[in-house]
Design a protein. Structure first.
Lengths: 116, 115
């Protein structure tokens, strides 16, 4: 396996369900991210983990709960979601060189979430 | 965080034509990134720019970091069917950040190629 892998690719869940999205990166990167992509909107940053520590929570509702057990894995736990939470959820990773040069993210293919 | 305005929103072109799109910001950026997203996939990095005035190519793609540091341009020469997709510009969420603390993205330019 190479790159950034997200599972599942598609998920349909009811508003009372609890589910989790999984992301795994095989690139040796030290930062991981969750983004939400909705139609006709820019990609919205949700959470940032740098060296397994959460460094950014972009005003995300508490029904979304991230977990980063190690630098290769990232989860997004979902509970009591609303229909407007239906979107493509993208995971990404990057390497912070700490030297002012930034090489951008590697994204996974995303999980298409539908809340019914 | 900084916000990016990307235009045009969509482009309908003939195969073989050249394409130009741009991205502007009200704030100064120290890094500009251009991504492409194919249907059902995550965005893929095309070009990264780090210096005002920099011009960088990747095959038929050329991107420029504007002199004012508030804009960037992406050109595609001699478009082919596989160029279809959504093109995003991106930059660091916080000016003081290197980008590892988050990127902000434009809304994207949808490129559609008519046979």
């Amino acid at each position: 396996e190479t790159g950034v892998t997200q599972t599942p690719r598609h998920l349909v869940m009811g508003m009372t369900n609890k589910k989790s999205l999984k992301c795994e990166q095989h690139l040796g990167h030290n930062a991981m991210y969750w983004y939400k992509q909705s139609a006709k909107k820019p990609l919205e940053l949700m959470f940032v983990y740098n060296f397994k520590e959460q460094t950014e929570n972009n005003s995300v509702p508490s029904r979304f709960s991230p977990e980063c057990p190690n630098s290769s894995h990232l989860f997004l736990h979902l509970h009591t979601l609303q229909p407007e939470d239906s979107a493509l959820y993208l995971c990404a990773s990057s390497q912070d060189s700490g030297q002012g040069i930034y090489y951008g993210y590697t994204f996974g293919s995303g999980t298409r979430l539908t809340v019914v | 965080g900084q916000q990016l305005n990307q235009s045009p929103q969509s482009m309908f072109i003939q195969e073989g034509e050249d394409v130009s799109m741009n991205c502007t910001s009200s704030s100064i950026f120290n890094t500009w990134l251009w991504y492409k997203q194919d249907p059902g996939e995550g965005p893929v990095l095309l070009i990264a720019l780090y210096k005002a005035g920099e011009l960088t190519s990747n095959g038929r793609l050329t991107a420029q970091f504007g002199i004012t540091r508030k804009d960037s341009f992406l050109n595609i020469s001699a478009s082919i069917p596989s160029d279809v997709g959504i093109y995003f510009c991106a930059g660091p969420l916080h000016y003081s950040g290197g980008g590892a603390d988050g990127l902000t993205f434009g809304k994207g330019t949808h490129l559609i190629i008519q046979p």
